[in-house]
Design a protein around this ligand. Structure first.
Ligand code: 5GP
Length: 179
């Protein structure tokens, strides 16, 4: 399916239903891995993972706490530079907690590598990474423990993901022509 949107050509890659099914599977797997009684602190990386984290939180049964970490990475609109600035810090300590970092996309892995390193310094009981998407970059520094879907090298928007702050509200994920 192709959608012309504001002059940008878009192709739907992941429908609402497909995302919903995969998120439900991830939730079950995460709960099974951590055990039924353990509290899981979902750490939502803003802004890109806000919708994914909201759905994932509801897909994990049992005790779940939610924290938000705002990050901004410097680069152009479609490329990460690996220079990450924390724009909104956690409001509660994660020391001794089982933390699940919820990220939208791992591309080069520079963003997640920086976050893992700085969060490990806060002594969580465990730190796992769940990414909705992973791009097949060879030099990736950190691999996620849980991945929703593998992507190619297309730039995607929707379900929380933006292009120049737009399209986050699309309920599906689409590839967008960026030039
Ligand atoms: P990395 O540091 O792993 O190279 O880049 C990860 C970040 O780049 C993601 O958290 C996301 O913000 C952004 N990013 C990478 N690929 C895409 C994409 O296809 N679409 C959107 N909207 N953001 C992307």
């Amino acid at each position: 399916m192709s959608h012309p949107s504001d002059g940008k050509r878009m192709t739907v890659l992941f429908s609402e239903e497909r995302i919903r099914e995969r998120v439900a599977e991830l939730g079950r797997q995460i709960r099974a891995d951590l055990g039924s009684d353990e509290e899981i602190t979902l750490l939502c990386i803003l802004k890109g993972s806000f919708i994914f984290a909201a759905d994932l939180a509801r897909a994990i049964s049992g005790p779940v706490a939610v924290e938000f970490l705002g990050v901004q990475s410097y680069g152009d609109a479609t490329q990460s530079s690996g220079h990450v600035q924390i724009t909104h810090d956690l409001t509660n300590p994660i020391e001794g907690k089982h933390v699940l970092l919820v990220e939208d996309i791992i591309d080069t892995g520079l963003t997640i590598a920086y976050l893992v390193q700085s969060l490990l310094a806060r002594s969580p009981a465990s730190l796992r990474v769940c990414a909705l998407f992973e791009k097949p970059t060879e030099e990736q520094k950190v691999r996620a423990d849980y991945v929703g879907f593998q992507l190619g090298d297309e730039f995607v928007v929707g379900y929380g993901l933006d292009w120049a702050q737009r399209f986050r509200n699309l309920p599906y994920v689409a590839a967008i022509e960026t030039d």
